[in-house]
Design a protein around this ligand. Structure first.
Ligand code: HXC
Length: 517
């Protein structure tokens, strides 16, 4: 090698070493002292060893306003490239808080957009590691336009490749919307997400808020529903990304990977036969049913703390990825409300987009009555569940475990909603409404006129229960395909999914539907 070549190599190596340092050693120390990892440390924990192929490491901004010309760092506050997670290809970006607080710039947008384009064209999941103070204020409209470049690509990629956002620090201002357009938001550690910062809120509204009370992990996992999962530490958050990916396909033209099952599909859990309490109003935890039916240790609940009256998540059955949707009798008796409707409908659409069959467990007394729900628009929110089930063309199976009352029976995947198979346990109760309200509506006069109204009402309630509080009328008219013993659920579902694996169902050609919002 001659001296000139050596010089060239030397220059490249120096530039690369500088790029690796992001905002410099002092900033890295600051990042560590905040209990946070750097962008590159995060990437090395996420990706298989030696798999990362970076691009754009030397890109820098060209803006001089507000002294920005003195703050030019190779990479411009973001690391972008391709790598592998458990041997599967992923596209990934990591915002670097050590460079101008990870603030979002024109160059960052160019790098992310390039990554998004390549990921979409090659059908590879996109993972974003977010840690940013929002639009780079000094860049003005450049940084605002930059968000637009990324948003449009988030939307184009939606339903084509899985998009996962991990929030590892502040995610402020415009920075929140790219994650909000992706499929999953996972918040780790003390991360925060807010549109308007605490200082501005206090100045404008006088409200006393902090970054945590405004947009901390608890807020977004339990109250707002913005985040789908959380992890106590950054390392746990990165592991959660890997776990989540294992249930998802590379893109919408592929199926999720099947893992070798270590739990026989024929296994029957005897405990299921006695899981439903004798007293029909006594709650039980539907998650006990889910964990008993599906492959051992395969349940990853999504949005566990939000709208706990509904349960959604990924499981495996015979090693295949499945989306499970259920009412939760242990919380609000499993009644459907606005938040549960949003949670369920979005999850169904996500599963449908990514070829993941849906299994629904129904135990629901109906939609939650009340003015608060009506004013909040429970009609349009509840309609989303119906829309999502009807629209979904993946294999769909439902099991009524106990109550399937009125609207809830229909909304939770009744046969007419293009559900492929409907099962019921012998404990199922399928009726238009509960016995007492039904008797009040149907027999008000008769009960009033009776010599002993209370006794007459009790007789009529008993008659109604005899008629409807079982699955046999529904089975008789073909609305339930088979009444099964609870312990048979696992083998039945596994065999049904095996049959349905090649299901093809068409929807009339259209630009897109207009889903209730
Ligand atoms: C430029 C920024 C910045 C930003 C932070 N920095 N945010 N630089 N543009 N948006 C810089 C800081 O000046 C600081 O530089 C360094 O990054 C680290 O920030 P700190 O404030 O020291 O860190 P911390 O105390 O951890 O607080 C982080 C923070 C806070 C909560 C994110 O910096 C903050 O509130 N930033 C502004 C958030 C915000 O309002 N963004 C909205 C922008 S408007 P020095 O050199 O001093 O250390 C927007 C609208 C887009 O995004 C809409 C599109 C749809």
């Amino acid at each position: 090698m001659d001296g000139k070549t050596n010089d060239h190599l030397q220059t490249l190596r120096e530039m690369r070493s500088r790029a690796v340092l992001g905002g410099g050693l002092k900033r890295i120390e600051q990042q560590h002292s905040r209990g946070k990892l750097t962008a590159r440390e995060r990437l090395s924990l996420l990706l298989d060893d030696g798999s990362f192929q970076e691009f754009g490491a030397l890109a820098t901004h060209n803006v001089s306003a507000f002294g920005l010309d003195k703050q030019r760092f190779p990479g411009d506050g973001i690391v972008t490239g391709f790598g592998k997670v458990s041997g599967r290809r992923v596209a990934v970006f990591a915002q670097d808080f050590t460079v101008l607080g990870g603030s979002f710039s024109e160059v960052q947008a160019q790098k992310i957009s390039r990554l998004q384009d390549l990921a979409l064209e090659s059908g590879i999941p996109l993972i974003g590691l977010n840690d940013s103070g929002g639009a780079r204020i000094q860049e003005g409209v450049r940084s605002l336009a930059a968000y637009g470049e990324v948003f449009v690509r988030n939307v184009m990629a939606s339903g084509v490749i899985p998009q996962i956002s991990l929030i590892l620090g502040p995610c402020a201002g415009g920075a929140v919307y790219s994650p909000a357009l992706t499929d999953f938001i996972i918040m780790a550690g003390d991360s925060t997400m807010f549109l308007t910062g605490p200082d501005v809120i206090s100045a404008v509204t006088g409200e006393e808020v902090t970054a945590q009370t405004l947009g901390g992990v608890e807020v977004h996992t339990a109250r707002s529903g913005v985040a789908h999962l959380s992890a106590p530490t950054e390392v746990a958050g990165l592991s959660l990304v890997k776990l989540l990916l294992s249930y998802l396909p590379q893109n919408n033209n592929e199926d999720p990977p099947q893992i070798r099952p270590d739990d026989p599909a024929t296994r029957m859990d005897e405990a299921l036969n006695s899981l439903i309490p004798n007293d029909e109003n006594e709650p039980y935890d539907i998650r006990d049913v889910i964990t008993a039916v599906f492959d051992r240790d395969s349940f990853l609940e999504i949005q566990p703390a939000y709208a706990a009256n509904a349960v959604v998540g990924f499981v495996r059955l015979d090693g295949y990825s499945v989306g499970v949707v259920a009412n939760q009798p242990a919380f609000m008796s499993g009644a459907l409300n606005i938040d549960a409707s949003d949670k369920i409908s979005r999850f169904i659409r996500l599963c449908d987009a990514f070829n993941i069959p849906i299994i629904t467990f129904v135990d629901c007394p109906g939609f939650l009555p009340g003015a608060k729900e009506e004013y909040g628009g429970v009609i349009r929110h509840g309609a989303k569940i119906i829309y999502a089930y009807c629209e979904a063309t993946v294999p769909k199976i439902s099991i009524v475990t106990r109550k399937a009352m009125g609207g809830a029976y229909v909304a939770m995947g009744a046969k007419q909603m293009r559900t492929d198979l409907a099962f019921a346990w012998p404990t199922a109760q399928i009726a238009v409404m509960g016995a007492e309200p039904a008797v009040r509506v149907l027999y008000r006069e008769e009960v009033k006129k009776a010599s002993d109204p209370a006794m007459r009402a009790a007789e009529l309630v008993a008659e109604y229960r005899e008629q409807f509080f079982n699955p046999y009328q529904a089975a008789d008219v073909g609305q339930i395909d088979e009444v099964i013993e609870p312990r048979e659920s696992r083998p039945r579902l596994a065999r049904a999914l095996e049959v349905l694996r090649t299901k093809v169902q068409q929807t009339p050609p259209k630009k897109h539907g207009v889903s209730p919002a």
